[in-house]
Design a protein around this ligand. Structure first.
Ligand code: AMP
Length: 278
């Protein structure tokens, strides 16, 4: 496994592999790796000759007052995990390397970035798309893998790839959960014991919704109302509970196959997201 901090150095190695016609797979992360990340890496490992993972806590996707400075980091542990997954190249640039002085170019997927998480985090997705496009330009992968945990993010990245004619295939991996159902997230470390216990309501409410749908309830209003009640009763402060089309992310009145039910909820100061596909 080779480590790269500098863009020109990783680009040089990538160019060599490109000349050898190697298939380059890529998994971008913000580090503090857990089994969710590792599941995407395993998917990519199977398809790639050369597997690249990036670790970069991207400042432009955090809003003012968000958790950028206290986002958990543990490079040593992460590198150990990546080594075990047989990763070929790790790219972990400094902020200055990615955003040099005078940086002022952003790429924005407009409407899709304004709904759901975009409402309470207005500049978040333009930070994500900008950094992902930069990483794509640096790594030049044949494909990249993203998690369904951040479903909206994956939809937005696919839109960007299509709109900008990037020669990159996007795959998505399933949500990996703790034994009690809580979706794995680097941010789960922020939760105190009570919040951690309360947060299990997210998956419970999503499973309840899917079950209700399977039993014939198709009125999204009814389902959302009941989910909100469940979540509030468990101490969650709701940012949103929505039922949307999985491609357009537009709200639907009637649930059907392919409807995404998604939630964003605060437990204390920690904002968690989760979703389920009908
Ligand atoms: P992050 O480090 O939070 O930026 O996440 C990096 C990638 O891992 C993104 O594509 C996420 O969607 C994905 N990911 C994070 N948590 C999970 C999870 N619990 N299951 C599957 N994928 C995940």
């Amino acid at each position: 496994m080779r480590l790269y901090k500098k863009i020109n150095q990783i680009k040089k190695s990538i160019q060599k592999y490109k000349r050898e016609r190697k298939i380059i797979g890529f998994v971008p992360t913000m580090g503090y790796l857990h089994k969710g990340h590792l599941s995407l890496i395993k998917i990519a490992r199977k398809k790639a000759d050369i597997l690249v993972v990036s670790i970069f806590v991207n400042p432009t996707q955090f809003g003012p007052g968000e958790d950028f400075s206290r986002y958990p980091r543990n490079m040593e542990r992460d590198l150990g995990l990546l080594e075990k997954e047989d990763v070929d190249m790790v790219f972990y640039p400094a902020i200055k390397e990615m955003y040099s002085e005078g940086f002022e170019t952003f790429v924005e997927v407009k409407e899709l970035s304004r709904v759901m998480c975009g409402k309470s985090r207005p500049d978040h997705f333009r930070g994500v798309t900008t950094v992902v496009l930069k990483l794509f330009n640096i790594v030049e992968p044949d494909f990249a893998v993203f998690g369904k945990k951040d479903f909206q993010q994956a939809v937005i990245i696919k839109r960007m790839v299509k709109d900008l004619n990037l020669p990159i295939r996007i795959f998505t991996g399933p949500i990996i959960r703790e034994p009690d159902g809580l979706a794995m997230s680097s941010r789960n470390t922020y939760l105190n014991q009570t919040e951690r216990k309360n947060a299990t309501v997210l998956f419970k409410s999503l499973k309840w919704a899917k079950n209700a749908y399977n039993n014939g309830v198709i009125d999204s209003k009814k389902i959302i109302q009941k989910m909100k009640k469940m979540i509030k009763n468990s101490g969650g402060q709701i940012d949103y509970v929505v039922a949307v089309d999985k491609n357009s992310l537009k709200p639907v009145r009637t649930l059907k196959k392919g409807t995404l039910i998604a939630v964003a909820v605060y437990f204390g100061k920690t904002r968690l997201i989760d979703n389920i596909l009908l």
